[in-house]
Design a protein around this ligand. Structure first.
Ligand SMILES: C[S@@+](CC[C@H](N)C(=O)[O-])C[C@H]1O[C@@H](n2cnc3c(N)ncnc32)[C@H](O)[C@@H]1O
Length: 288
């Protein structure tokens, strides 16, 4: 256990003592004292850690773990910290355990995201087959689910050009394809995401063009962007320029408290409205 100002020092020391991994949790998680900390890439972390952080280190064997605990306890910087215990981690089938954490995800009763090791539920009429991989977007995050729910609510995308900006795994582009969009561009700054999108599209039997952001060209009937508030604000003129007259702009990755700043940033281009919310995240949309 470490107070906020010691978390980094203790984590670095555990690394130096040959820990295989170090993770930090809120020691008050699941209690009334639990603190929610949200950060954004490229921005300084909101805090170094929680008021009381539990720092968990994994070692190759118990002797190494015990030795690390005794070395730590002797350090000046460890004052105010405490070793809560050293315990063996039982051998497990980690692949199966990981897979068991990814159950099918319901978007609507008829639209599901299903990992390849599961059978789709009987009521599923539309299914995206997707396994966790390097790129973000397996449907376990509320922002992805809200975008997919929006897609499902539209019902059909016949004749539509769709742009998925910040495609990650390509899940939104694949969702739009499943609902009939014939012309889809999916772009991301991350090459790994572009490759992942191509593979996932192929595995789902849908056609789309995946590429770097320059691949987005001209106007689209729907522009989906699930990124984060800060990049979404920077991208406002660009994203708006890709929405064809009468088209829809759909933005996610925004926390409830960021609604007004997003509205303001987009005011010169589009009138954003909050159209869905889940777990503190919101979906903002505009008709252009
Ligand atoms: C939160 S993930 C969303 C993935 C997927 N679209 C979904 O809804 O689950 C955001 C993605 O946006 C990409 N990204 C971040 N900044 C970007 C930018 N300026 N231009 C294009 N893609 C960006 C990231 O690489 C990441 O894959």
């Amino acid at each position: 256990m470490a107070p906020e100002d010691r978390v980094e020092t203790v984590s670095d020391a555990l690394d130096a003592l040959d820990a295989l991994s170090v993770s930090v949790e809120d020691a008050d998680a699941q209690t009334d004292a639990e603190q929610a900390l949200f950060g954004e890439p490229g921005m300084p972390p909101p805090k170094e850690g929680w008021q009381r952080s539990r720092v968990i280190a994994l070692f190759a064997d118990e002797a190494l773990a015990k030795e690390a605990a005794s070395v730590l306890a002797l350090q000046d910087f460890f004052e105010g910290c405490a070793v809560l215990g050293v315990a063996p981690v039982p051998e497990q089938d980690w692949v199966r355990l990981t897979q068991s954490q990814f159950a099918p995800v319901e978007i609507t009763p008829e639209f599901w995201i299903v990992p390849t090791w599961h059978e789709p539920p009987e009521q599923a009429k539309q299914v995206i087959r997707l396994d966790p991989g390097l790129a973000f977007g397996t449907g376990t995050h509320p922002t992805t689910r809200m975008c997919l729910r929006w897609i499902a609510r539209q019902g059909a995308f016949a004749d539509q050009r769709v742009l998925d900006y910040g495609c990650g795994s390509g899940i939104l582009a694949i969702g739009a394809a499943k609902f009939g969009a014939p012309d889809i561009d999916a772009v991301d700054i991350d090459e790994a995401a572009v490759s992942s999108t191509r593979l996932n599209a192929e595995a789902n039997g849908v056609r789309l063009n995946a590429g770097l952001p320059e691949a987005a060209k001209g106007g689209y009937d729907t522009v989906l962007a699930n990124i984060l508030a800060t990049p979404l604000k920077v991208l406002a003129p660009l994203l708006r320029s890709h929405v064809a007259p009468g088209g829809s702009l759909v933005l996610a990755g925004i926390l409830e408290r960021q609604a007004d700043e997003l509205k303001q940033a987009y005011a010169p281009y589009a009138a954003l409205e909050v159209s869905d919310s889940e777990d503190g995240w919101i979906l903002m949309t505009a008709r252009c």
